[in-house]
Design a protein around this ligand. Structure first.
Ligand SMILES: [Cu+2]
Length: 72
């Protein structure tokens, strides 16, 4: 299991937080999601054998937001 913090662009309120959380929870391999409006990021715990960043990114894009690769 791996936990990674991904920056998220486009969130303005708690509604956005909920949309991003639901989008990420639907991604294969994701076990836990915590989204912060204050920090504009999502902390995702996932099974690294199953999880793909591209899948997470498109799920979040479909919800109307932008998921970025983790900061180095
Ligand atoms: Cu909002």
């Amino acid at each position: 299991m791996t936990t990674t913090v991904f920056p998220v662009e486009g969130m303005t309120c708690n509604h956005c937080v909920m949309h991003v959380r639901k989008a990420l929870e639907s991604v294969p391999g994701v076990k836990a999601v915590e989204v912060s409006l204050e920090n504009n990021n999502a902390t995702v715990t996932y099974d690294e054998n199953e999880f793909q960043f591209e899948a997470a990114q498109s799920a979040v894009a479909e919800a109307g937001y932008k998921l970025l690769p983790p900061a180095a």
